[in-house]
Design a protein around this ligand. Structure first.
Ligand code: ADP
Ligand code: ADP
Length: 224
């Protein structure tokens, strides 16, 4: 698979040019989008997740016209937003089950099995009955990955996942991401160089809405 972004631009009503003719080709594997705060990472991630409209440009995932086919995209998308709205008084198991239902897993049994497997995968099975409000930052992010993985998405978008995590939790999070299959595109947006150098096969640096450079982390980061 290949995600091809062509001349994507976005200006907010307040006049901020968040994306300026962004061009990127993203193959299967882990792709790091590195840039400082305010670079336009979240704007790009929200646009790719079809949660926000661009002013111009196109995005294709193989044959799929991403910006014109929201329904199609949602079926193959896993999205972990920067601010993952958690319901503090709901248990991990209950919310995950509910999200699985919303994502179209209508068979009760299949839903149960999916949720159980994901809770084990992110190491939250033992706390599945606990309310999300009691979770630490790292537990919340692991829960976020679990919900993003429901339904075996082909395109996974992860926005600034490790900000505020301690090193142990960051490692756990990295390990989870690196277990995602090879036939998947994972886009990881971050301002942390190590997230990209440890995990990604390809990367781009974005600043003030413009892509400055793309390539392999070994070439780009070593030269920094
Ligand atoms: P970050 O800059 O840390 O990536 P976001 O851009 O995701 O944070 O901002 C969080 C929320 O605030 C988003 O819904 C975003 O649309 C909104 N937001 C961010 N900057 C502005 C701004 N200058 N004016 C209005 N809303 C903004
Ligand atoms: P990053 O994720 O790299 O921090 P963002 O995409 O959140 O960058 O923001 C890029 C620029 O767009 C920033 O100047 C931010 O303040 C602005 N911005 C983001 N969301 C909004 C919004 N909803 N309305 C107005 N400005 C926004």
């Amino acid at each position: 698979m290949q995600l091809v972004i062509n001349n994507l631009s976005k200006t907010y009503p307040n006049g901020v040019h968040a994306l300026k003719e962004v061009n990127l080709t993203i193959p299967n594997g882990m792709f790091g989008l590195l840039g400082p705060n305010g670079a336009g990472k979240s704007s790009l991630m929200r646009t790719l997740a079809t949660l926000q409209e661009a002013d111009s440009g196109s995005v294709f995932l193989d044959e799929m016209n991403v910006l014109e086919d929201k329904e199609g995209v949602r079926k193959i998308l896993g999205y972990l937003p920067q601010e993952f709205g958690l319901y503090p008084k709901v248990s991990a198991e209950t919310l995950l089950t509910h999200i699985a239902y919303l994502k179209g897993i209508t068979s009760h049994r299949e839903r149960e099995e999916t949720v159980k497997a994901l809770l084990h995968k992110v190491n939250l099975y033992d706390v599945r009955k606990k309310n999300l409000g009691t979770f630490s930052g790292g537990m919340k992010q692991r829960f976020g990955i679990a919900q993003a993985l429901i339904g075996n998405p082909k395109l996974i978008i992860v926005d600034e996942p490790t900000a505020g995590l301690d090193p142990t939790e960051r490692n756990r999070f990295h390990n989870l991401l690196s277990e995602i299959g090879e036939n998947t595109i994972v886009i990881l947006s971050t301002h942390i160089v190590e997230d990209v150098s440890h995990l990604c096969n390809n990367m781009a640096i974005i600043c003030k809405g413009e892509v400055l450079i793309t390539g392999h982390p070994t070439q780009i980061i070593d030269a920094m």
